[in-house]
Write a protein that binds this ligand. Structure first.
Ligand code: CA
Ligand code: CA
Ligand code: CA
Length: 384
């Protein structure tokens, strides 16, 4: 119990240094859209049509047909002007469209970046009058359109996720169209431009909870039910066409299905004895116990104790007389010691932010007069 408590504290200290095999949105759940009729609808709010703005979202799709809407404020039912539209085009590239005046053709801004590869991507657009637009993919500035005029702020269309309302002008009623196939998460809106550093941080999966000028954020972490709530402004979005369950509801999905736990042996160069044995029940999972042990049958038979080192960065540093250090000391915490041969009992916090994170572990046997190092284990935290 004491060791578990100690681990909980230590792991939270490690969090800033964690790396992920594939970047994921923060939080536990996202919404899956069927590409047929699914959408989320948020009532119109003029604060979501600012001429100086950033809008961003996480998305994952394989769709390469039509113009798959990630999030949009479509064409106005009153003055025939479209707001803004983030989409994936028929070549699988991320793009942005808008109109700057009534009865003009939309302006199509192509990021040039293919995102329809069944991996999560963070996409965003910033705009400012006089400075045009910048498109961002995975924290990198993908395209600039500095001479383009700004969007029109007087648009009164709803905000929609997973489809477009008002693609064809002001006639009413207008059915939703340009549906998205795949998953969407973390739809977020600011009334300022974000810096390169801010986009890079967001693309690492960092939640933007304290970001200045954040106007709206749908984290889509409700995980169930018919509404999604903007944690900044309280704007409530509805799943599908009806307040109750209906065919246009997207489906709640959790990340665990994509993120199995992994424990992978790394012997180092030169190789240490392969003595740190992973948990026979599997790799570390959120909310669970991970119980590796040191096998002394051919290694440090006279050990008087074992210690486990866990870190957020790997190492491969030969140390004469000791072995190869496989976890970067600066990123590490030491857990234990335990009686030789007794499994370490490591409690993993029930925190979805940990899913997909990669840790590095190595054990040391405490022998009379010193230490003996084991192999490393590279760990990806998954879910039960
Ligand atoms: Ca989410
Ligand atoms: Ca519904
Ligand atoms: Ca449907």
């Amino acid at each position: 119990m004491f060791r578990c408590l100690r681990w909980l504290v230590s792991l939270s200290l490690l969090l800033p240094g964690l790396t992920a095999m594939q970047q994921l949105p923060p939080g536990c759940t996202s919404l899956a859209f069927d590409g047929q009729d699914d959408f989320v609808l948020v009532p119109h709010d003029p604060d979501l049509v600012s001429s100086t703005f950033t809008v961003a979202a996480w998305m994952r799709t394989t769709q390469r047909s039509g113009f798959a809407t990630i999030v949009a404020v479509g064409e106005d039912s009153r003055n025939d002007v479209a707001g803004w539209w983030l989409y994936v085009d028929s070549a699988g590239r991320f793009g942005f469209a808008y109109e700057e005046a009534p009865r003009t053709l939309p302006r199509w801004l192509d990021s040039g970046q293919v995102v329809a590869d069944d991996h999560w991507h963070h996409v965003g657009v910033s705009g400012t009058p006089g400075s045009g637009f910048a498109l961002w993919v995975d924290g990198v500035r993908a395209a600039d359109f500095p001479t383009y005029p700004p969007i029109v702020s007087s648009v009164n269309q709803v905000l929609s996720i997973g489809c477009m309302f008002g693609f064809d002008g002001p006639a009413q009623p207008q059915p939703p169209d340009h549906f998205f196939t795949g998953r969407i998460d973390e739809v977020t809106y600011w009334n300022r431009r974000l810096s390169a550093g801010e986009f890079a941080t967001l693309a690492l999966g960092t939640p933007p909870t304290t970001s200045p000028n954040l106007v709206a954020r749908w984290a889509l972490d409700e995980g169930q039910g018919q509404v999604v709530i903007d944690s900044v402004g309280g704007r409530i979005g509805q799943l599908g066409a009806q307040p109750l369950v209906d065919p246009a509801d997207p489906v709640w999905r959790s990340f665990p299905v994509d993120e199995p736990a992994v424990q992978q042996v790394r012997p180092g160069m030169p190789a240490n004895p392969s003595a740190l044995r992973g948990d026979p029940l599997g790799g570390p999972v959120i909310g669970g116990l991970w119980e590796p042990s040191v096998d002394h049958s051919s290694f440090a038979r006279d050990a008087v104790g074992d210690a486990l080192v866990v870190g957020g960065a790997m190492s491969n540093l030969p140390v004469p007389g000791l072995g190869t250090v496989l976890v970067a000391p600066a990123s590490s915490v030491v857990l234990g010691p335990v009686v030789p041969g007794v499994p370490f009992s490591v409690g993993v916090p029930d925190d979805c932010a940990l899913v997909g994170a990669v840790l590095f572990a190595q054990a040391a046997a405490l022998i009379p007069g010193g230490l003996a190092l084991t192999n490393g284990l590279d760990l990806r935290i998954g879910t039960p």
